[in-house]
Design a protein around this ligand. Structure first.
Ligand SMILES: [Zn+2]
Length: 234
């Protein structure tokens, strides 16, 4: 399939999505993560094993996928996305998948997406639940619209336990969303709230907020903040 995809965060959702997307024959899958593999990652990040402990997640992900399917369409960046490197890493991509557990990184991706009109998908897992939202500036609401004046704070698996099947489910839904978008199908900008044990998906309509500081006001606070260079931003 045609298309270049960038996956930010090579842990749960991102790792699984990279595996699935690479086997679908897309031109290029970039995986971006400055983190290394630790003991706690092994439980739900099935591509990694004990032999990989201490190695970079992105580089290991690329090597494992190449070994599994023989394809060379994965490119890895062993860095955290920041305001310095975002342009170099994400420019030319057709869609960005957020597989991070960092709200600040999501906000940075959102600002870049609004500035460059590149769509992205926010994903999150928590407990036995998942959240997915497709964001296409000018066509759907953005992360800023969703956050401003609301209590709908995206979930963050960094602070809470995650059932191993939740990231699996989220990655299946988000990769099929990418396939739909790159096949020119209509993708909804609703926030999808999934409860896996109940097997329900609730769609929450998030309207474009005419007072959103990002997509209406074009304020790019994080993109312009050069103090966050090279750090994982929370
Ligand atoms: Zn907005």
């Amino acid at each position: 399939m045609k298309g270049k995809i960038s996956i930010v965060g090579c842990g749960g959702n991102g790792l699984l999505a990279a595996q699935v997307l690479s086997s679908m024959g897309f031109e290029q899958i970039s995986v971006i993560d400055g983190d290394t593999i630790s003991e706690t990652d092994l439980e739900r990040q099935s591509l990694y094993s004990r032999n990989d402990l201490g190695f970079y997640k992105a580089d290991t992900c690329r090597k494992k996928i190449e070994k599994l399917n023989g394809l060379k369409n994965v490119v890895s960046y062993d860095v955290y996305l920041d305001s310095y490197n975002i342009e170099e890493i994400l420019s030319g991509t057709d869609i960005v998948l957020d597989g991070t557990d960092s709200i600040r990184t999501r906000e940075l991706i959102n600002e870049y997406s609004v500035k460059t009109a590149i769509p992205w998908i926010m994903t999150a897992s928590h407990g036995d639940m998942g959240q997915i939202k497709f964001i296409f500036p000018g066509k759907t609401s953005c992360l800023g619209c969703m956050m401003s004046g609301r209590t709908l704070i995206p979930m963050n698996c960094h602070y809470d336990s995650v059932e191993p099947y939740a990231p699996q489910g989220v990655s299946v839904l988000s990769t099929s969303m990418i396939a739909s978008f790159l096949s020119d199908e209509q993708v909804s900008g609703d926030l999808m709230f999934i409860e896996f044990r109940k097997m329900t998906i609730e769609r929450i309509r998030i309207d474009i907020n005419p007072e959103c500081s990002v997509c209406a006001g074009h304020e790019y606070t994080l993109l312009e903040d050069k103090k966050i260079k090279g750090r994982q931003i929370y």
